[in-house]
Design a binder for this molecule. Structure first.
Ligand SMILES: Cc1cc2nc3c(=O)[nH]c(=O)nc-3n(C[C@H](O)[C@H](O)[C@H](O)COP(=O)(O)O)c2cc1C
Length: 374
C-alpha cells in the first residue's frame, strides 16, 4: 500500500517566494572576493552581503595611492595592456597585498570586479591568476561593474583565470544606467545562481553503536527538522522495506518539498511528510530530500543498518544523542571522537591514505578509528 499513488500534494514552493532575508539564511560556505577602486563594487558587495551570508575578502593593490585615472587613465591602461600582451606570465600582473584564504572552506565564490578598458580590472586579474586554480569545481558567480561598456571580455578573463570553475549561467552587469536598481538586480541574480544549498549544520545519525554524519540539503523540511532537533534528539524505530531502505515514523510531520527522486545508497529522504527513509539501495519516488550520509560505502551502510528493525537517533551533535545524555562518552564504535591531533598518516576505511580530511569524515590514525570534527 505504501507506494500506491496518493493524492498529489501541491506544495507551494517556498523557494519561489523567498524574500531576501529568508534567502540570506540559506546560502552557506560562500566567499565574496572583490576589488573596488572608486567604491562602486564595494557598495554592490555591501548590498549583496545583506542578501546572502558570505565571507568577504577585498583585493588590494600592493602599491598604495596609485591614481589609475590620471593622464587619461594611463596607469590603468598600461596595466591592462601588459596582461593582454602576455597573459601567461606572472610578471604581467600588478602585485596585490597577500591574502590567506582557505578555499577548501568554500563551495561558492562570487567574484565582484570593475571593468577596465573592457577587461577585468588588473588587481582582480592578479588575484585570479594566483588563486583561480584553487577554485576548481567551485560554483562561481561573477558581478561586473562598468560605466557603460559591455562585459563579454571580463567574462572571458574570468573563464581563462578560473579554468575549472563551475560558472553560473548569468553574470550580473551593473552599469551607470541600472545602478539605482542594484538591490533588485542583485536579488534577482541570486535566484539564478547554481550555488550549493547545503546546510552548514551536520545531521548525526546513531544506529546501535555507530554514529554517522550526514550533510543536509537546505529546504523547508530540513529547516523544520533542525529546529526540532535543537530542542532534543529524535529516536524512531526503522524497518526494512523493499530491500533498499530503512524507514520509520519520525513522530511528527515536517513541511514537504517533494520532487521525483532516484535515490542512491546513503540518501536520506522524507516520505509522506512524516517518515524518514535511509537508503542502502535505490528507488524512484516523489520524496523530500533531507541529505546524504557522508563518506560511507553501500556495504558499510548495510552492515551498520543491519537486518530487520533498528532504533535510529537523529541529532545535531554527537554529544546530544539520546544514549549519551548525562554521559560524556559518545556512544559509537569509533573509539575516539576527537580532532586530528598529530601528524601521523591518516587512512580511510579502505586503507587509502588521506591528505585532506573533510568534516565528519571517519578515518584511521595510529590504528584508531576516528571522526573528524573540524
Ligand atoms: C582604469 C579604468 C578603466 C576603465 N575603463 C572603462 C571602460 O573601458 N568602460 C567603462 O564602461 N568603464 C570603465 N571604467 C569605469 C569603471 O568600470 C566603473 O566606474 C566601475 O563601476 C568602477 O568600479 P569601482 O568604483 O568599484 O572601482 C574604467 C575605470 C578605470 C579606473
Amino acid at each position: 500500500m505504501r507506494y500506491f499513488p496518493f493524492l498529489l500534494i501541491l506544495v507551494l514552493c517556498a523557494c519561489c517566494s523567498r524574500n531576501n532575508e529568508v534567502y540570506a539564511e540559506q546560502t552557506g560556505r560562500t566567499l565574496v572576493a572583490y576589488y573596488s577602486y572608486t567604491g562602486n563594487v564595494r557598495s554592490i558587495v555591501d548590498e549583496l552581503t545583506k542578501q546572502i551570508s558570505a565571507d568577504v575578502v577585498e583585493i588590494k593593490p600592493a602599491e598604495e595611492g596609485l591614481k589609475y585615472e590620471e593622464n587619461n587613465y594611463a596607469i590603468g591602461s598600461a596595466l591592462i595592456s601588459a596582461i593582454r600582451q602576455n597573459p601567461n606570465n606572472a610578471e604581467s600582473y600588478p602585485a596585490i597585498k597577500p591574502l590567506d584564504i582557505d578555499f577548501e572552506k568554500y563551495d561558492n565564490i562570487v567574484i565582484a570586479t570593475p571593468l577596465w578598458w573592457s577587461n577585468m580590472a588588473a588587481p582582480m586579474q592578479t588575484f585570479l591568476f594566483e588563486n583561480g586554480k584553487g577554485m576548481d569545481g567551485k560554483n562561481i558567480g561573477l558581478i561586473v561593474s562598468s560605466a557603460s561598456s559591455g562585459i563579454q571580455s571580463v567574462v572571458a578573463d574570468a573563464e581563462r583565470l578560473i579554468p575549472n570553475g563551475d560558472f553560473s549561467d548569468e553574470p550580473l552587469w551593473i552599469n551607470n544606467s541600472n545602478r539605482n536598481q542594484m538591490p533588485t538586480l542583485l536579488s534577482n541574480w541570486i535566484k539564478t545562481l547554481n550555488f550549493s544549498n547545503n546546510m552548514d549544520e551536520k545531521l548525526y545519525i546513531t544506529i546501535g553503536n555507530t554514529t554517522l554524519t550526514a550533510t543536509m540539503v537546505d529546504n523547508v523540511a530540513t529547516q523544520a527538522l533542525a529546529t526540532a532537533l535543537k530542542e532534543s534528539p529524535i529516536s524512531y524505530e526503522a524497518t526494512d522495506y523493499g530491500n533498499f531502505e530503512k524507514v520509520g515514523p519520525l513522530g511528527r510531520s515536517l513541511p514537504t518539498a517533494n520532487e521525483q527522486t532516484t535515490t542512491q545508497a546513503g540518501d536520506i529522504v522524507l516520505y509522506n511528510g512524516n517518515q524518514i527513509v535511509i537508503f542502502y539501495g535505490s528507488n524512484s519516488w516523489s520524496y523530500t530530500r533531507i541529505g546524504k550520509i557522508d563518506n560511507v560505502t553501500q556495504s558499510e551502510l548495510q552492515t551498520i543498518l543491519g537486518e530487520g528493525n533498528c532504533t535510529i537517533t537523529l541529532s545535531l551533535s554527537v554529544e546530544n544523542t539520546t544514549e549519551n545524555q548525562g554521559n560524556n562518552e559518545p556512544s559509537t564504535d569509533i573509539p575516539t571522537i576527537k580532532n586530528n591531533d598529530s601528524n601521523s598518516p591518516k587512512y580511510d576505511l579502505q586503507g587509502r591514505r588521506i591528505d585532506t580530511l573533510e568534516k565528519g569524515q571517519i578515518y584511521i590514525q595510529n590504528g584508531e578509528k576516528r571522526l573528524n570534527l573540524n
